[in-house]
Design a protein around this ligand. Structure first.
Ligand code: AHG
Ligand code: MN
Ligand code: MN
Ligand code: MN
Length: 323
């Protein structure tokens, strides 16, 4: 099975990239394979349920949020090319004390954590930036998404897959039974048109007018202004929703919400919005805050800042922008 498929290790080795970045990608891939094992173990390895702690986002952490955060943190800090890490689950950035450290890894160790106890898909998201210094502070992490040198997610679903860009297209690898990441999805592209949308419609009354108008038009189907019938999907794990869009098109929206104007949207720029935006743009889709402004151009001001997200099939994002 593996003989005729490109291994992720060989793909990384062949990249025109510095050795340090290659070693960071290797560590991310190896750790995601280990996380896949823990996720698959579920109740048998004590991985389900709440941890009893609250994170900096004011969310109740699941045990698996904490376990996966520790796994990624330890593995990355031990990689000599890493200067520092930041995580959804940590208040502050963590410098690595690696004298030759030149990369920063920012991650959502477990995305979709409300899915874990119901055996539905979850994922891991990682953004990689260059560091200006081997002893970074928070300000060194606050770079726009355009500066990312790599973006990766792993989705732990019926198969475990790792989807990667280093700025030259998007490739998908599937974890084999013997623990190898093998290329199964070369040159992933997002179809420009779609009839599928993903939004948590229970928040409708809190959205801005244009978002309400867009959804109204979509829900009117073939009889309405859009002239076609749409279907809705919502996995409640951004990784899985974005993965579906990379596989068969669609749009994913987590818009601004008037309940907390200072926290626009739910999703976090640095380790959810930016890495997913790079993957989506590299696959030919659009990734915006409002249909127009590219997420990758948003200048971050805080490590855990939130942004509205509208990404996916290019023509449908344009339709959203003009609603
Ligand atoms: P996380 O589990 O990392 O905190 O992220 C959860 C996010 C994202 O994955 C998902 O798209 C969204 O929350 C789901 O939100 P709802 O609770 O509104 O469904
Ligand atoms: Mn969370
Ligand atoms: Mn998340
Ligand atoms: Mn998370």
């Amino acid at each position: 099975m593996s003989a005729d498929r490109l291994r992720l290790d060989d793909h990384i080795a062949a990249l025109e990239a510095p050795q340090g970045l290659k070693s960071v990608l290797t560590v991310i891939a190896a750790t995601c394979a280990q996380i896949s094992d823990v996720v698959a173990g579920g109740a048998l390895v004590g991985a389900l349920g709440a941890s009893g702690q609250i994170n900096v986002q004011d969310e109740e952490q699941k045990k698996l949020d904490v376990i996966t955060d520790d796994m990624l943190t330890q593995a990355l800090l031990a990689c000599p090319a890493i200067a520092g890490v930041a995580s959804e689950e940590k208040d502050q950035v963590e410098p690595a004390s690696n004298p030759a450290g030149e990369y920063l890894a920012l991650f959502d160790p477990l995305d979709g954590s409300s899915n874990i106890d119901i055996n539905a898909p979850v994922g891991t998201i990682v953004s990689v930036l260059k560091s200006a210094t081997p002893t970074p502070v928070e300000a060194d992490f606050l770079q726009t998404g355009r500066h990312q040198v790599a973006a990766v997610y792993a989705v732990y679903g019926p198969q475990t897959m790792l989807v990667l860009t280093t700025g030259d297209g998007v490739k998908g690898f599937t974890l084999s039974n013997d623990g190898q990441w093998l290329l199964t999805h070369d040159d992933i592209t997002i179809s420009p048109d779609t009839k599928e949308f993903a939004i948590n419609v229970s928040n409708q009354r809190h959205w801005a007018e244009p978002v309400q108008r867009y959804l109204d038009g979509v829900l009117q189907g073939a009889e309405g202004p859009r002239g076609k019938n749409f279907n809705m999907r919502w996995v409640a794990a951004m990784v899985a929703d974005v993965h579906r869009i990379l596989m068969r098109g669609g749009v994913f929206l987590y818009p601004w919400d008037k309940r907390e104007p200072n926290k626009p949207g739910k999703l976090r720029l640095m380790y959810e919005g930016n890495p997913m935006a790079l993957l989506v743009e590299q696959a030919g889709g659009k990734a915006t805050t409002d249909g127009v402004q590219p997420i990758l151009d948003v200048q971050p001001t805080q490590l855990h800042q939130r942004i509205p997200v509208a990404l996916g099939s290019a023509n449908e994002i344009d339709a959203f922008a003009s609603a």
